[in-house]
Design a protein around this ligand. Structure first.
Ligand code: NAD
Length: 253
């Protein structure tokens, strides 16, 4: 393992423009479960209950959705960034970070102190809510207060439209600008670091491949194998916080 950490450190040292691509595995050590590991969200809930089409067409589906979303938000709100998030911040402090493209919806890159303009949230965020009709935005905690007062499903104050957290559900369009910007960054980086992602959720998982096709080196740090391991210059199957801490210790200690 030491050799892999040393190679990772060398790859970071020789890179000038790193694109960090993160998934749920980055945040498990902050107490937020991922979706696919044992004990993850999909062992508890049925993904088919969370399709966008169902959400907009059925009040019962909205009730189930909000129940799951509230449970998830109760973990996310108090969560703190862990050593892996802080390592990504260190890359920015040393002028090496081009951008962070995250699939996470937990706001932890922002809490770790990365510049907001360097963070692309491909799947949105759980900390705000919008009306699907008039697009009015709400702070999540304002909506949580409504639940606490007894309602089961919230609707827009202005137009009565359906409210939904600003996350991308199955079957819902990706934020186009975020996706396009991610692909642009993938074309500009010299190293793409995939951290804590199973790389099975598309189109997000196409970003590292764009980087490789544009000539960047690829490092994947994930506990389990991913479908893109064969394309990577370095694959490290271990805790992402341990791996990154080890690499940065060699570089910046
Ligand atoms: P995923 O659940 O598909 O994969 C996570 C991967 O991380 C797994 O392969 C797992 O082995 C690995 N992993 C878990 N803990 C790790 C650790 N400490 N160190 C190294 N590897 C670790 O997650 P994904 O690839 O992000 O895609 C699923 C979707 O889940 C995304 O769309 C994302 O929006 C959503 N999601 C987000 C959060 C969050 O915001 N924290 C949490 C759960 C799911």
């Amino acid at each position: 393992m030491d050799e892999l950490i040393a190679k990772g450190a060398e790859m970071i040292a020789s890179a000038q423009k790193i694109l960090v691509f993160t998934g749920a595995g980055l945040s498990t050590e902050s107490g937020i479960p991922d979706f696919r590991s044992p004990g993850g969200i999909w062992e508890k809930y049925d993904p088919s209950d969370f399709y966008f089409q169902k959400f907009i067409s059925d009040e019962h589906a909205r009730t189930t959705y909000w129940k799951m979303s509230r449970e998830f938000y109760s973990l996310i709100k108090p969560a703190s960034p862990n050593r892996a998030h802080l390592a990504v911040k260190t890359l920015e402090d040393h002028g090496k970070l081009l951008a962070v493209v995250t699939q996470n919806i937990d706001n932890l890159h922002q809490k770790a102190g990365n510049s907001p303009e360097k963070i692309i949230e491909l799947h949105g965020t759980l900390i705000s809510v919008s009306c699907l009709s008039c697009k009015k935005k709400y702070d999540r905690d304002e909506i949580e207060a409504r639940f606490d007062s007894g309602i089961k499903v919230p609707y827009c104050d202005d137009c009565g439209g359906i409210l939904k957290p600003d996350t991308v559900s199955f079957g819902q369009a990706m934020p186009q600008e975020a996706m396009e910007q991610s692909i642009r960054y993938a074309g500009q980086c010299d190293l793409c670091m995939v951290l804590g992602s199973s790389l099975v959720v598309y189109p997000a998982a196409s970003v590292p491949m764009h980087a490789v096709q544009s000539g960047a080196r690829l490092m994947i740090v994930n506990r389990e194998p991913t479908p893109q391991d064969g394309e990577a210059d370095l694959v490290v199957h271990m805790s992402v916080s341990e791996a990154l801490t080890g690499m940065l210790r060699l570089l910046f200690a």
